[in-house]
Design a protein around this ligand. Structure first.
Ligand code: SF4
Length: 338
């Protein structure tokens, strides 16, 4: 596997803007490649200094435009989330990165599997690094007599692309297909695809040439998520947490949630946090349950919080429950979880 960062784009921005100081942020998996790129750029462009922000970044919600400016950066590059928007904030450019692994073998294997299970109409989705592989996978499936559908892009998402919290291309085709395929070795994205589409979902891992049915794991996440809602129902004192990452700040939505919970008899305090961790939750000692409008996956992916910490879809279900309605098992079947 080789992940290639779009160096030409970085260089064209540098040659157009002539910065003396540039700032990078990249996911952990691309940190080393990004550092190598920064070293090459410093050699190529006289008087250029590159600063790597080595904090983790999990999505295009987690840019560092403000930090980059405080560091004196004239330009910043957010690497690897391959979104349709080209700029964030004042100085940050989105730079794509692609993995060159081929999906041919695992797709051939999937054809046999899908046919033997009579799954003839499949939705195909993937995440940033494998977007370029979608047409080839779709072609192999179609040549094998299967109906392979790739949903149209929307917002930041390209055709067939999903985030961990936004699923428009897949969600919009869910009623046309028998099952979903997630290209790539990412249980995180496969679970999101399964829960948001409500369809049987199979992860096609090109490295191991394996097909994984993720339904059991998705059911387990859903069960835990629903259990948290019932636990939160019993709480009197709530915290509504606003995520402080640049693309996550949802203050207005959080205020509305506070007002709704208060109208249902709960005491609510608004809290803001950059990292929503067990330690920070435990530090807020008297609050019995939390809602958070930052990253929904913090609530969904089995973090070991000592108290309920609900995502937005869970919060909507809680509000319904407190209003006398039952919880449906399709709480996550949505275009996005924000
Ligand atoms: S909010 Fe969470 S799931 Fe959504 S893009 Fe950001 S890190 Fe990914």
């Amino acid at each position: 596997m080789t992940v290639q960062i779009d160096q030409a784009k970085v260089e064209s921005v540098i040659e157009e803007r002539h910065p003396k100081r540039v700032v990078f942020n990249a996911p952990d998996g691309l940190l080393r490649t990004t550092r190598d790129l920064a070293s090459r750029l410093e050699k190529k462009y006289a008087n250029l200094h590159c600063i790597i922000i080595a904090d983790p970044t999990y999505g295009s919600c987690d840019t560092v435009d403000g930090d980059a400016q405080r560091l004196g950066g004239e330009v910043a590059f957010h690497i690897g989330h391959n979104v349709l928007v080209t700029k964030f904030g004042k100085i940050t450019y989105s730079v794509d990165a692609f993995d060159d692994i081929s999906f041919s073998s695992v797709t051939q294997k999937a054809v046999e599997f899908l046919k033997s299970n009579n799954l003839r109409r499949v939705g195909v989705a993937t995440f940033a690094q494998h977007i370029k592989e979608l047409p080839e996978v779709q072609r192999i499936l179609a040549d094998s007599g299967l109906n392979a559908v790739v949903g149209k892009g929307m917002g930041q998402l390209q055709d067939g692309q999903i985030f961990g919290c936004e699923f428009y291309p897949a969600y919009n085709i869910k009623d046309q297909v028998d099952a979903m395929l997630l290209l790539g070795q990412s249980m995180f994205h496969a679970l999101g695809l399964c829960l948001s589409s409500g369809k049987p979902t199979y992860m096609l891992d090109p490295y191991l040439c394996e097909i994984t049915d993720v339904q059991k794991a998705a059911d387990s996440r859903l069960k835990k998520a629903i259990l948290s809602i019932y636990k939160a129902k019993e709480a009197d004192r709530f915290g509504v947490i606003i995520g402080l990452k640049e693309g996550q700040i949802m203050a207005d939505q959080s205020v509305k949630i506070k007002e709704k919970l208060e109208a249902l008899g709960k005491q609510v305090q608004l809290i803001a946090l950059r990292e929503i961790t067990s330690d920070r939750i435990d530090a807020l000692t008297d609050i019995q349950a939390f809602v958070q409008t930052g990253c929904p996956r913090i609530s969904v992916d089995g973090y070991t919080f000592s108290k309920p910490v609900l995502s937005v879809p869970q919060t909507d279900a809680l509000i319904n429950l407190l209003s006398g309605k039952e919880i449906d098992t399709d709480i996550f079947v949505r275009k996005h979880w924000l």
